[in-house]
Design a protein around this ligand. Structure first.
Ligand code: AMO
Length: 439
């Protein structure tokens, strides 16, 4: 049997419809046409196995020795006609036998990265530099599957709750989360910025739709070269009107988080996803400082924020005290939240806002917003900001804007913590950071 040409493979295509590897179990005893990449070749004594990989999975092909020599280098793409035979040891319960291979696109040589091992060799920078090859490895594709499953859960729960999906601009005339960490750009001769968040737009759209959500990229000119900061990440935003307090927002967040985890569990059963308590355990910011301070033997009185070490300690505390991987820290000092944040009427100087910690890391920020025009003018003035650049945003608050609030989930941080990845870049297909602009 010879390796057919690409033309011959094309001519053969209509005769046998292509079957995806994940679906082969349903074709036991049938002759099938599959396509994929030559993932690995294993020889066990007199038996040789070609492992073929397509977008859906891996399959073992029992291959006579004389046909092995005709195959191209690993990672070549090929078409295979073969018989689906039972193999109780295989994950799908089947293997392929009696194969006929046709070359579709030969690799020009052995792949730069050895994809045949259970774990990818090479350090993270090397794997990121060669992402187009490294991402072919099954372990590197897990994060992408998990990300899309989490987004599906986010969307479906919010749709069920009557939220409208919206798509807002990513080129803005003003910064939304403060002037630092913003990417400036030249917009036809005028200064503009890449959106740090859809914050202003989701608030304005509460006036139109009452409940809105968005899944989209946001940009932060993060100078920090840390394991949890990217310059571009995926923000899962929601905003809703007619709330009584930030507690209504936190309740929606708990539902959404549970739906995201359920969706992840269904789509990627091999990954252990955390249980989400119906009511998220919470601790007030001041108490969180004292707890973490005592726990770590530090005096944190008067600290404006929790450092990463404190977040880690608080998460361990929540796991011990509440049996929860999640902890809401509520009531951050108002002075350290963005100007649109609503004060907490019950705690002077504190904001009606929260962060959600998950396994030692902040993954969500949310809360109630100011909704009266005059409150916005006062908040901007208190920070020494000129109100003029914000006029089109502020217009919404002159026109009967109800009490409202929302939250934003950092998708990559959630995936990082579910998978236990040491670095956020491991779970992002093509990360952007202070050093990385390629690929
Ligand atoms: P915040 O700025 O806290 O809030 O961002 C919300 C969430 O986004 C994630 N995040 C990041 N992830 C990766 N790399 C980064 N550089 C990065 N920065 C932030 C975190 C964080 O919790 N408008 C508000 C949200 C709101 O109140 O609705 C905002 O953007 O998971």
């Amino acid at each position: 049997m010879t390796v057919e040409t690409t033309e011959a493979a094309k001519a053969a295509e209509p005769r046998v419809r292509r079957v995806l590897i994940a679906d082969l179990g349903a074709h036991l005893g049938e002759a099938v046409h599959v396509r994929g990449w030559l993932h690995a070749i294993r020889s066990l004594g007199r038996t040789n196995f070609v492992i073929l990989r397509d977008g859906s999975g891996l399959i073992q092909i029992v291959t006579p020795a004389e046909r092995l020599a005709q195959l191209g280098p690993l990672e070549s793409s090929v078409a295979v006609e073969a018989l689906v035979s039972a193999d109780p040891r295989a994950p799908l319960g089947v293997e392929l036998t009696e194969p006929r291979f046709a070359m579709l696109a030969p690799a020009s040589g052995p792949p730069l990265i050895d994809l045949t091992k259970p774990h990818l060799p090479g350090g993270l920078p090397f794997l990121l530099d060669h992402a187009s090859v490294a991402l072919r490895h099954p372990t590197r594709r897990e994060a992408a599957r998990l990300s899309s499953a989490l987004v599906r859960g986010f969307r479906s729960e919010l749709e069920a709750l009557g939220f409208q999906e919206v798509f807002t601009p990513k080129i803005l005339g003003t910064a939304t989360e403060g002037g630092a960490h913003v990417f400036p750009l030249d917009y036809f001769g005028r200064p503009a910025f890449l959106a740090q968040s859809p914050q202003f737009y989701k608030q304005m759209l509460v006036g139109a739709f009452e409940r809105v959500y968005e899944v989209g990229p946001v940009f932060r000119a993060e100078p920090h070269d840390t394991a949890r900061h990217l310059s571009q990440y995926t923000s899962l935003d929601a905003e809703l009107g007619f709330i009584d307090s930030w507690r209504d927002v936190a309740a929606v967040l708990a539902h959404v988080m549970a739906a995201m985890m359920a969706s992840a569990h269904t789509a990627v059963p091999s990954v252990a996803v955390p249980a989400v308590p119906e009511t998220l355990p919470m601790v007030h910011f001041q108490d969180a400082l004292q707890l973490a301070g005592r726990g770590l033997g530090e005096n944190l009185d008067g600290e404006p924020d929790l450092a990463p070490a404190h977040e880690r300690w608080l998460s361990e505390w929540a796991a011990r005290e509440h049996g929860s991987d999640f902890l809401l820290v509520v009531g951050y000092p108002l002075a350290h939240r963005p100007f649109y944040t609503h004060p907490d009427p019950e705690h002077p100087g504190c904001s009606a806002s929260f962060d959600l910690l998950f396994r030692g890391q902040e993954i969500v920020t949310g809360g109630q917003r100011l909704h009266r025009y005059t409150d916005y003018l006062a908040a901007l003035a208190a920070r020494g900001f000129d109100a003029a650049p914000y006029q089109s945003y502020l217009e919404a608050f002159r026109t009967g804007m109800p009490a409202h609030g929302g939250f934003a989930i950092g998708l990559e941080r959630v995936v990082q913590k579910i998978l236990g990845a040491a670095n956020i870049r491991e779970v992002c297909l093509f990360p952007r950071d202070v050093h990385r602009l390629q690929p």
